[in-house]
Design a protein around this ligand. Structure first.
Ligand SMILES: Cc1ncc(COP(=O)(O)O)c(C=O)c1O
Length: 451
């Protein structure tokens, strides 16, 4: 099994000349990709995407799939929203496809819209989620370097992260991650990246664990630049405990470290609120967003809670060639406007309940063989287990394949032993579409059961 983005792994039929869901042209696509890309890139079911609209993906022949991946949590407001498509076309027609860091109107409008929507006064734009993570590491380290009592030019600042975390695949982001198997290509910097157990909802946890881990790394709490965490862990769907979130907030404020929430996958309505940190009632210092920010073209951002956090960053230190790309930002601006009146998110909360109820009913019909792993708005996981309750990845993989066969695209993360199907429909999925998808899922499970 090969890992995909975000630590997901999907065992579909092997990618090759055989195109089970398409025509000869689709077979050419699969074969050409197999020849001209390394095998590690071929991790998804061999459905060749021709176009996508709303909650559905279509192949060239017009066969459609309800998309329970949202293009890996990106098309939150639905694929190819007309407003977003038109904004992209308009920006291209205006004749400005790239502007580096020179000022543009669309960049001014986008950062203003981000502030208005999030309440964070400033933002730094990037293209990918991992890039936003790297930006946050730099901002918090520069912030820490100027902290009173620190030796100028002393040891690098410590980054505290959580076991099981996923923050991306570039070096800093990967070292911030808590999935050991994903880091075994990277150098060990255990005295800089300090990992502590994730404070999952309802589990005993205390910030003493941070103090102890920092001390084991030979550092002091005042050396900590930031605590970086997710509101739910994408790898396992375990959720951050609200009391622990408050303790983290208090610990960071006391030590002068920045609290950074990575909402690259949990933002923009995914959990039934605009941002998932609303569920724990704690505001971070830096908020990382991407994916659903534009719902389409690559745009990410570090949202900054206070102008003082960047005052020690040197001019130019946060820039990147394609940050602020006008076409990508036109998409982001149009997408952000969809969230302005709150209706999209309110509707998402209702759909989230429908999803949880549907999956809970499904699991209850065979309680010893099925489990809802975690559900928060429109992200959920289900696991297949054996009679003895042990995770059963083979059955989960068969279930995923049966879903695809019936017209429902799903992902299977490599975490939880590959036994969890991760379910993440667009947050704009309609009631009827969700009911249709749940029925397909049921039918797929029946087929696995029967066969
Ligand atoms: C929580 C989280 N952080 C960071 C990333 C990395 O984002 P990107 O793949 O855009 O670099 C992801 C991607 O799945 C993510 O889910």
């Amino acid at each position: 099994m090969a890992p995909t983005n975000e630590g997901l792994t999907v065992d579909g039929p092997a990618l090759g000349a055989f195109a089970p869901y398409g025509d000869e042209d689709d077979a050419w696509v699969l074969d050409t990709l197999r020849r001209h890309e390394p095998a590690t890139m071929h991790t998804q079911h061999p459905v060749v995407w021709e176009r996508a609209s709303g909650s559905r993906v279509f192949n060239r022949e017009g066969r459609s799939w309800l998309d329970w991946t949202s293009g890996i949590l990106t098309a939150n407001a639905g694929h190819a929203r007309p407003d977003v498509v038109n904004a992209i076309i308009e920006q291209a027609r205006q004749g400005l496809l790239h502007a580096y860091m020179f000022p543009t109107r669309v960049r001014a409008r986008t950062v203003r819209a981000l502030s208005e929507l999030s309440g964070f006064p400033q933002s730094v734009l990037y293209t990918t989620g991992a890039e936003a993570v790297e930006g946050a590491l730099k901002i918090s380290s520069r912030h820490a370097m100027a902290r009173p009592g620190r030796v100028p030019g002393g040891r690098p600042s410590v980054v505290v992260t959580f076991e099981g975390a996923f923050h991306g695949r570039t070096l800093g982001a990967q070292l911030s991650g808590g999935l050991a198997a994903q880091r075994d290509w990277a150098p060990e910097l255990d005295e800089v990246f300090v990992r502590v157990p994730f404070p999952a909802r309802g589990e005993a946890w205390s910030t003493d664990l941070i103090d102890a881990a920092v001390s084991r790394a030979g550092a002091q709490p005042r050396d900590v630049a930031c605590v970086l965490g997710e509101i739910y862990q994408g790898s396992t769907l375990r959720q951050l405990d609200p009391a622990a979130a408050r303790d983290l907030r208090e610990w960071c404020t006391r030590q002068g470290a920045l609290l950074v929430f990575d909402e690259i996958q949990s933002g923009f309505g995914r959990t039934g609120t605009l941002f998932a940190h609303e569920h724990v009632g704690v505001r971070p210092d830096l908020l990382l967003v991407a994916k659903g920010l534009s719902g389409s073209l690559p745009v990410s951002a570090v949202l900054i809670g206070d102008e003082g956090f960047t005052e020690n960053v040197r001019p130019g230190e946060l820039t990147s060639t394609h940050s602020g790309n006008p076409v990508a930002l036109a998409a982001a601006e149009a997408n952000l406007a969809l969230y302005a009146d709150g209706r999209l998110v309110a509707e998402a909360a209702l759909r989230g309940r429908q999803l949880t109820e549907g999956l809970t009913d499904w699991a209850a019909r065979l309680p010893r063989r099925r489990r809802v792993v975690g559900a928060m708005g429109l992200v959920a996981g289900v696991a297949c287990t054996g009679e003895d309750g042990a995770l059963d990845p083979d059955t989960s993989k068969r279930l995923a394949a049966e879903c695809v066969e019936r017209g429902l695209l799903v992902c299977v993360p490599s975490t939880l032993g590959g036994a969890m199907l991760k379910i993440m429909p667009p947050v704009t999925t309609s009631k009827d579409e969700l009911a249709e998808a749940l029925a397909l899922f049921d039918a797929a499970a029946d087929a696995v059961q029967a066969g």
